[in-house]
Design a binder for this molecule. Structure first.
Ligand code: CP
Length: 361
């Protein structure tokens, strides 16, 4: 079974094919109107969403398919204690493909390991959000025509912003990418992204705090919201919530060809006055999200027999040797879930939980 749990589940060639498929859908929508006739997408959303859920649902309807599911875990049997694994097994009987969002990190991986239909990770806590990355990549591709040699500024909450983690993983496979990581010290990029992706892939990067001083060097500025729902200390959130506001003055210092992306929702980190700037592409990015999700549904439904990249044989796994201490990890709540860690760096003895990718040793 093929799934999309992490953006690197797809090779660079597969991503290119997916982007080209989305471009063809944009050009020839009528060709795709019945491609998913009699197919059902299940949207299982245990966490709020506007763009991801509705664009998935619109995507399936525009492919001629149908949608079942829930937009609030409180209306599902999860409230009675049903596990993610059991939910995935049950929904496999009713639908052809699942898109799942959960606040638990690793939830989509657990679902995929228990599902007999393709599972798409529509966001798992602060961990990753690969379909947002597909929307980001399509937007960059349509504007720049390439990913190579771009200087990409990522600004805001780089610690909890799952879209940032997935975007960096995607960009790590292209040539000459430079990352400008702009955040307060408290919200810097997590160790697993730095140590497992940026450093081993020899990505050029700097970590800075000031947006204004760095904006003039960027090809892409990716703004993010400070993720209130992920903070355990609300005083810290209150202190950091207004760290960055992209306004007209700052845009005046940016290159004329720089593009501004944001996964949205926006709170106050981009002034609404910036919306009319032709470089502001975040609303187009949300529309691109629908097209790329159409391409993704078609791809996964046509490859049901293909085995996903995550394979127990291909990883150096340790069973029940270490315990994951991340309170947001799916392993803290899922019934009888084995504690599995993967060795990601033998030389430096780095071992991580397979579900949330936090260190377990
Ligand atoms: N970008 C994104 O994931 O938006 P939603 O939370 O509205 O789905």
């Amino acid at each position: 079974m093929n799934h999309l749990i992490d953006i690197t589940d797809f090779s660079v060639e597969e991503l290119k094919d997916l982007l080209d498929s989305a471009l063809d859908i944009i050009k020839n929508p009528e060709k795709y109107q019945e491609k998913c006739k009699h197919k059902k997408l299940a949207t299982l959303f245990f966490e709020p969403s506007t763009r991801t859920r509705l664009s998935f649902e619109a995507a399936m309807y525009e492919l001629g398919g149908n949608v079942i599911g829930f937009s609030d875990g409180a209306s599902s049997s999860a409230t009675k204690g049903e596990s993610i694994a059991d939910t995935a097994k049950i929904v496999s009987n009713y639908a052809d493909i699942i898109a799942m969002r959960s606040p638990k990190e690793g939830a989509a991986l657990v679902a995929s390991l228990n599902s007999s239909i393709p599972v798409i990770n529509a966001g798992d806590g602060g961990h990753c959000h690969p379909t947002q990355t597909l929307a980001d990549l399509l937007t960059i591709y349509r504007e720049k025509g390439t990913f190579d040699n771009l200087t990409v500024g990522l600004c805001g909450d780089l610690k909890y912003g799952r879209t940032v983690h997935s975007l960096i993983a995607a960009l790590s496979r292209y040539k000459g990418i430079k990352l400008v990581l702009i955040s307060p010290k408290e919200l810097r990029i997590p160790a697993n992204v730095l140590e497992d992706i940026i450093i081993p892939n020899k990505m050029e990067y700097i970590e800075v705090e000031n947006l204004e001083e760095n904006i003039s060097n960027l090809d892409v500025l990716y703004m993010t919201r400070i993720q209130r729902e992920r903070f355990t200390d609300m005083n810290e959130y209150e202190r950091l919530k207004n760290s960055y506001v992209l306004d007209v003055n700052k845009m005046n210092k940016a290159p004329s060809k720089m593009i501004v992306l944001h996964p949205l929702p926006r709170v106050n980190e981009i002034s609404v006055k910036v919306d009319s700037d032709p470089r502001a592409l975040y609303f187009k990015q949300a529309l691109n999200g629908k097209y790329i999700r159409m391409a993704l549904i078609l791809k996964l439904l046509s490859e049901k027999d293909k085995v996903t990249k995550f394979s127990f044989e291909n990883n150096k796994l340790l069973y029940n040797k270490y315990k994951c201490n991340n309170p947001k990890c799916i392993c803290q709540t899922e019934q009888e879930l084995e504690q599995i860690s993967k060795i990601v760096d033998e030389k430096n003895n780095v071992v991580r939980c397979i579900y949330c990718e936090q260190r377990t040793n």
